[in-house]
Design a protein around this ligand. Structure first.
Ligand code: GLN
Length: 522
């Protein structure tokens, strides 16, 4: 088999071949590093999913796993499999920038718990993936180090903030990645790249070493090309962590077993609710069409499908865009030019600490981060706190109640993950509200702390780009996402005959080719 083939394998297939000794981790890692060298490019061209590639370290780690396997040591199911980590999780031996100049070159003195778990599982971390600065954005264009491009079409956004983690999968640069989801940053990039992404139940995966944006919403989670792969990574990451006070006690959900069970395609007895408020007006026709077909497949699989109303979801978006900036403005106060990364000292004698802070933050933060720090500071200020932050918290409770009522009637909820397919790079950069509106379907889950998955359900007719379906479940019932997701995936695969990602073009459209098509159309 040629090395290039290995990059086309799902993580579960690769893991089985590694276990059987048919493939070495060094070979698998080298194949993926070659692929990265071939397609990832840089800020100017290529996918640009990675901000940092740790090739030598990865090969050394892979050799170590091979040696341990050779000695007959008991290894975890994903031992030797390459993985990419969003640059919002701290790593020793590699920089952690959060896509920001303010942390450029900063190396953490400790590994995030999730990173420690990957290492303990014998997974090979090949590098850190690109993201919107401090995870604020929906396109990865807000990375201080240049955008990631969608492997389906390089003139399109890969979603955000975790566009790097999703694009790396769709471009076959790695079979698994870790993301983080505060308002949709795992699920929306999964939707627009045709990959799978899961935001676990809040507290289900440790936040220790996940650089804080909005602590009551932030959640790290797994990204993969299939539901089963995503489940395998989820089990590596899940579980209680004494270093995170919001980490849930008790056993982690059995998501791998659920994915295997779902793969039979039998959903008899499962009650599915279609969220009335997510999916009608404002959703692209091709998104609606693929979503409706997928819902029909769920019915064919034996699920009981009903429509469910969640009236307060209409207010989730404005509530999120008050709560998130409020928490972020407080969390980002630590970048003061004293403790981490960048320090800008203005010229002249007698410069004060305050002047250093102001100069550092002015130079180190990008436009969107500044916008949110200002918004959040305003929303929390005396005299406005009740009107803004207080009201948003009340809406949050109402959204939680909508979920409680809905899950009294059904086992899972479904909706389109995002209202549109991948739009063009630059299209919404000057219109923050239009960009925020794309998060309408993903945000309720973060406000309520419930788990959510996005999986691909086809390509929109009008642009040939991937459409994602979102599944939501009650808190601590993450396994339901995998049961239903794996069933839908199996039925779609039967219909398509090959995975959707087999259709990612080897030579995607670039800015040069796209402008000629636009001319041809005009
Ligand atoms: N797009 C959302 C935002 O900009 C989500 C970000 C996230 O989940 N990290 O806030």
């Amino acid at each position: 088999m040629s090395a290039a083939d290995l990059t086309r394998w799902d993580a579960s297939r690769l893991a089985a071949a590694l276990q059987a000794g048919e493939v070495s981790s060094v070979d698998a890692t080298r194949a993926h590093l070659d692929r990265i060298a071939q397609v990832d490019g840089d800020a100017d061209a290529g996918v640009h999913a990675f901000l940092h590639v740790a090739g030598e370290q990865a090969l050394a780690d892979a050799a170590e796993v091979d040696a341990r396997r050779g000695r007959g040591e008991e290894l975890g199911p994903l031992a030797g499999v390459p993985v990419g980590v969003k640059d919002v999780l701290t790593t020793t031996g590699m920089p952690t920038t959060c896509g920001s100049r303010i942390l450029e070159g900063w190396v953490s003195p400790y590994d995030a718990t999730v990173v420690r778990q990957l290492k303990a599982a014998g997974m090979v971390i090949v590098g850190k993936t690109n993201m919107d600065e401090f995870a604020m954005g929906s396109t990865t264009e807000r990375s201080a180090f240049g955008p990631t491009r969608n492997p389906w079409d390089h003139t399109r956004i890969p979603g955000g903030s975790g566009g790097g983690s999703a694009a790396a999968l769709a471009a076959f640069e790695v079979p698994l990645t870790v993301g983080s989801d505060t308002g949709g940053s795992i699920r929306q990039p999964a939707a627009v790249t045709g990959t799978v992404g899961v935001k676990p139940t809040y507290g289900g995966v440790s936040r220790y070493g996940l650089v804080a944006m909005a602590s009551s919403l932030d959640q790290a989670g797994p990204c993969g090309r299939t539901v089963l792969d995503t489940a395998l990574l989820h089990e590596v990451m899940a579980g209680h962590d004494p270093h995170d006070s919001t980490s849930l006690p008790g056993p982690a959900p059995q998501v791998v077993a659920a994915a295997r069970e779902g793969a039979s395609g039998d959903l008899r007895g499962v009650r599915v609710g279609v969220v009335r408020e997510l999916g009608g007006e404002g959703y692209q026709a091709g998104v609606r069409a693929r979503f409706d077909e997928a819902v029909a497949l769920l019915t064919e699989a034996g699920a009981d499908v009903v429509e469910v109303g969640c009236p307060n979801f209409a207010h989730a978006l404005p509530a999120y865009y008050l709560i998130m900036p409020s928490e972020a403005s407080s969390n980002l106060a630590r970048y003061d030019g004293m403790r981490y990364g960048l320090r800008v000292v203005p010229d002249g004698d007698g410069v004060t600490a305050e002047q250093v802070m102001a100069a550092t933050r002015a130079a180190g933060f990008g436009e969107e981060v500044k916008r949110r720090v200002i918004l959040g500071t305003y929303a929390l200020s005396a005299g406005y706190y009740d009107a803004y932050y207080g009201s948003a918290q009340k809406v949050r409770t109402l959204v939680q109640r909508d979920f409680d009522a809905a899950f009294g009637q059904v086992d899972v909820l479904v909706s389109p993950t995002a209202p549109t397919t991948a739009y063009r790079l630059g299209e919404k950069l000057d219109d923050p509200l239009a960009m925020y509106a794309g998060d309408v379907a993903t945000i309720p889950a973060n406000l309520a702390g419930v788990p959510g998955m996005s999986l691909p359900v086809g390509l929109a007719d009008e642009d040939g780009l991937p459409v994602g379906l979102q599944i939501l479940a009650p808190a601590r019932e993450d396994q339901r996402l995998y049961r239903v997701g794996a069933a839908l995936e199996a039925l779609l695969l039967q219909r398509w005959g090959a995975p959707l990602l087999a259709r990612v073009p080897e030579q995607p459209a670039t800015a040069a080719t796209a402008s000629s098509t636009t001319e041809a159309r005009a």
